[in-house]
Write a protein that binds this ligand. Sequence first.
Ligand SMILES: [Zn+2]
Length: 219
Amino acid sequence: MSARDDVAAACRRLAAEGLLVGTAGNVSVRVRDLVAVTASGVVLADCRPHDVVLVDHDGVLVDGGRQPTSELGLHLGVYADRPTVGAVVHTHAPWSTAVACVLDELPVLHYQQLLLGGAVRVAPYATFGSAALATSVRAALEDRQAALMANHGSVAVGAGLDQAVEHAVLLEWLAALHHRASALGTPRVLTDAEQEDVVRAVLSRGYGTVPPTPEENIL
Ligand SMILES: [Zn+2]
């Protein structure tokens, strides 16, 4: 399987999970000194390898007959910031986008959110494809595996495509959980001590024989 096949397959999976609508969203994977990224205007549910282009880390098109996504600057910026990130997923997933229209931060209601590093920040709104948006999202991603983009959508990262997709799906589940819990009353947020206990419990069950790095799952 080539990187282009992998990116196309990741897009189709995200669409099957209900996270993609039409041409909205983009996916990339780092391939040594290049990045394979979805082209602009692709219907991602039908994404095929020829819908994925190769660029270098300056954004120069290396291979492919189409223009890369308008959010290329965001993808390349994340790779520059985080050497251990191997894939980036951006979606306009319904629950994630709804949360990003209201909250400044998605609090930790469920311990699974610790897979994303804790409370998920919402980056301030800026026009799609702008340098300002890329800058604010990169800041929101610090020490996290995902971020929300105000009035826009979500972004998730991972060591590889599978993990980045898993993180995007998890964030969407957590956003829906927040909505449902809020409909019942004021959600109870896990305290810092409760979150630390979760990490300790994970380590004591043997998942922590190798100290987790920021890019590794701890749960
Ligand atoms: Zn977008």
